[in-house]
Write a protein that binds this ligand. Structure first.
Ligand code: UD1
Length: 421
């Protein structure tokens, strides 16, 4: 297995292009199941998770390719060959469950392996299933599979979520787009990726109001058609490089992104003493003279501080002046990066859903292990700030969500290399 080796202590200076959002691209790709027309997606990142979903869609009968000229991903689901999403693929990537709503709506049935627990908590899919039942689906859990059927098609209805789950909102939006009549989603997730999916569904022939608010209204259609759509910028990659630049004390411009996508994180970074400004191309970040200051951070559904940037923010705050309190409200077990950050010299204590980070003067390099996608990139951030050499093992976690990470950092002066096993 590959490793990433970083010799820390160098400021990052330069420009980093931000890729399309993984978490927008995955549901958008699943939307290709809703039509027999071609769905063309621009700005799809080249990532392990995208390749995994490509494999799953291909096994459902979707033809997936890249346009040699434009680089767009082109998906055509002229015929659905299978409505089953097998355990072997779903267990590797939880977002595979997003094929459930589209398959059910298009074919009247779907059999999707239950995504198991994963490293960051139990992560059930009960809210997805309640939502699909409200559209008239029969849903059973049999032998580790979700078996859903609606032989006479889905019917629009009122879906009230107990929690604004991102995935459940996406599954219900896609199912509702091919249901009979109107669907209202109350307490819908408001993430930018939801707005992006709604824009694509509208381009495919849907009518959707209220995307980005907690009440969304979707008019179902008999059929949808092909469309072209550009995937929005990755706000988590954006926030990650903002924090990496801040911790090393450099000045970096992130292009192809915008402050509006990361406003909660930017507000917190400014509070910690980082200068973040909008530019024509994207965002410029640099640290004001002097150290970072400890701050308190609480993760919340959008527009609050995103859980997917919690580990990176913690890494940045390990070297701030004073103490920080970080509270994780979305996932129950999302502090696996803490023991690894402590191996680099951080002073962090976890109490239930909160972590107290007492800033230290210096971190020092050590071998560490990546445990999940965002945890592993927090180790990269800490390693960039640490004295000496850090070796990060199990980098396949990083490859799931960060395109050309070493190249992007090296182009800004980081001493980083991938060591093939
Ligand atoms: C998406 C993102 C993920 C991010 C998360 C929260 C994708 C592909 N992934 O994941 O990177 O960390 O949003 O911003 O977009 N829950 C239930 N029952 C359900 C569904 C969710 O209890 O049926 C709980 C989860 O266990 C978790 C919380 O709700 O505690 C948030 O989950 P959700 O918003 O659904 O996250 P995902 O869509 O899985």
């Amino acid at each position: 297995m590959d490793k990433i080796r970083i010799r820390g202590g160098r400021a990052l200076n330069g420009t980093i292009p931000i890729a399309g959002a993984k978490n927008a691209a995955l549901p958008l790709m699943c939307a290709s199941l809703l039509t027999d027309g071609a769905l063309r997606l621009a700005n799809v990142p080249d990532l392990a998770d995208i390749r995994m979903l490509t494999q799953l869609l291909a096994q459902h009968g979707v033809l997936v390719g890249r346009d040699g000229g434009t680089g767009e991903m082109v998906m055509t689901a002229a015929r659905i060959a299978s409505t089953e999403a097998p355990y072997d693929i779903v267990r590797k990537m939880r977002a595979s469950v997003l094929v459930l709503g589209p398959l059910l709506a298009r074919c009247g049935r779907a059999r999707v392996s239950q995504p198991g627990g994963c490293a960051i908590g139990s992560r059930p899919v009960d809210i997805h299933l309640t939502g699909l039942r409200a559209l008239g689906a029969d849903v059973d859990l049999i032998d580790g599979y979700i078996e859903a059927s609606a032989p006479r098609g889905l019917t629009g209805g009122l879906v009230t979520f107990p929690f604004p789950s991102v995935g459940a909102t996406e599954n219900v939006m896609m199912a509702a787009a091919l249901a009979r009549g109107e669907t209202v989603i109350e307490n819908a997730a408001k993430e930018p990726e939801i707005v992006d999916l709604a824009a694509c569904l509208v381009a495919m022939g849907s009518t959707i109001e209220g995307a980005g608010t907690s009440r969304m209204v979707i008019q179902g259609r008999d059929r949808l058609h092909g469309a072209s759509h550009r995937v929005l910028a990755d706000r988590i990659e954006t926030g990650t490089y903002l924090m990496a630049a801040a911790v090393t004390g450099g000045e970096v411009e992130l292009t192809g992104t915008s402050i509006a996508l990361v406003s909660a994180a930017v507000e917190k970074m400014r509070e910690a003493g980082v200068t973040v400004t909008g530019t024509d191309q994207g965002i410029r970040v640099h640290r004001r003279n002097g150290p970072l200051t400890g701050i308190d951070v609480v993760t919340e559904p959008h527009p609050g501080f995103p859980t997917d940037l919690q580990a990176q923010m913690m890494a940045m705050l390990t070297v701030a002046d004073g103490a920080s309190l970080i509270t994780e409200n979305i996932f129950e077990n999302r502090f696996m990066h803490v023991p690894e950050l402590c191996r680099l010299g951080a002073d962090i204590n976890v109490h239930g859903a909160s972590a107290v980070v007492r800033g230290v003067k210096r971190l020092s390099g050590a071998p560490v292990m990546a445990t999940d996608l965002r945890a592993s990139v927090s180790l990269v951030i800490a390693a960039l700030a640490a004295d000496g050499e850090t070796e990060i093992n199990r980098v396949y976690h990083l490859d799931r969500g960060y395109e050309r990470l070493e190249q992007k950092l090296a182009a800004c002066g980081a001493d980083v290399e991938r060591v093939a096993a």
